[in-house]
Write a protein that binds this ligand. Structure first.
Ligand code: MG
Ligand code: MG
Length: 278
């Protein structure tokens, strides 16, 4: 396994700057994602926010990806390419995007995703609401595990515990296994890999200076997926819905700091008794 990049406090400060740009993109997308808007129009919203903050897109051109944001509707899990598709009330849609800034000659990256029901929660189906709330909860539990856990594998364990807690006789979320979280810093994707499920073996210890993108992806059916002919769009094979939530989080000297959350993660981590520590 490649070396894990540990960041200084100053470098984490730069990543916070990038993270706040990502938070601004999310805010703008949340407001703009109304029935009738096209996915291309939403990509333009994202591009505008990035540019107006003097940042750069780390999605545009990544492996040839043609947009600044992945927009994944209903049974699309991740990596949806913005096109002329119009959003409809009740669609369950995820937005995954990022930005980087350059400081002292190097790039400092942020990466985050959220999923929403177009037209508001009341416009969605029970299954969409349930899946989305369990996925968001699993992300916050996983972020809390960055504060309380000893090893990287504790993060996926936290996702799995939420899925187990929220299942009942008729329903259980599925955890996508083929796509994972990751280290992040001077590049968007770095070591270590951050699985979203319990893993055996000796995984790296969580240490101050580590910055991770924690991003559970859940379905309300089977976890099998396929990639469309465009070589990006990942969809569930059985057509079940998918939800995806992600934040970039730093393990600091004193605790954790959610770099892509405007409040540093204060609200989301409060149920776990954790106060962000920049
Ligand atoms: Mg992402
Ligand atoms: Mg990511």
């Amino acid at each position: 396994m490649a070396r894990i990049e540990l960041k200084t406090e100053k470098q984490i400060g730069w990543m916070r700057e990038a993270g706040l740009v990502v938070a601004e993109i999310h805010k703008a997308l949340r407001e703009a994602a109304v029935p009738g808007v096209t996915l291309l129009e939403l990509d333009a919203v994202s591009a505008h926010v990035i540019e107006s903050h003097g940042a750069k897109s780390n999605f545009l051109g990544y492996g040839g990806f043609p947009a600044t944001v992945c927009i994944s509707v209903n049974d699309t899990v991740v990596h949806g390419i913005p096109d002329e598709t119009q959003l409809k009330a009740g669609d369950l849609v995820s937005f995954d995007c990022g930005a980087y800034i350059v400081r002292e000659g190097r790039e400092w990256h942020g990466d985050a995703a959220f999923t929403m029901i177009v037209g508001g929660d009341d416009a969605g189906s029970d299954r969409a609401r349930r899946l989305n709330s369990v996925t968001e909860e699993s992300m916050w539990a996983a972020l809390a595990a960055v504060a309380t856990g000893k090893r990287i594998s504790d993060i996926g364990g936290a996702v799995e515990r939420v899925v187990e807690k929220r299942r009942d006789g008729n329903w259980e979320a599925g955890i996508i296994e083929e796509y994972t979280g990751h280290g992040i810093g001077t590049a968007m994707h770095q070591e270590p890999e951050v699985l979203n499920y319990r893993a055996r073996g000796i995984w790296p210890k969580i240490k101050p200076g580590m910055v991770l993108a924690v991003e559970p992806m859940l379905t309300d059916g089977d976890i099998e997926t396929f990639v469309e002919d465009d070589e990006w769009t990942v969809r569930t094979t059985d057509g079940s819905l998918a939800s995806h939530w992600e934040h970039t989080i730093a393990r600091t000297k004193n605790g954790v700091w959610v770099l892509t959350a405007p409040d540093g993660g204060a609200a989301g981590l409060a149920p776990y008794g954790i106060t962000p520590q920049p």
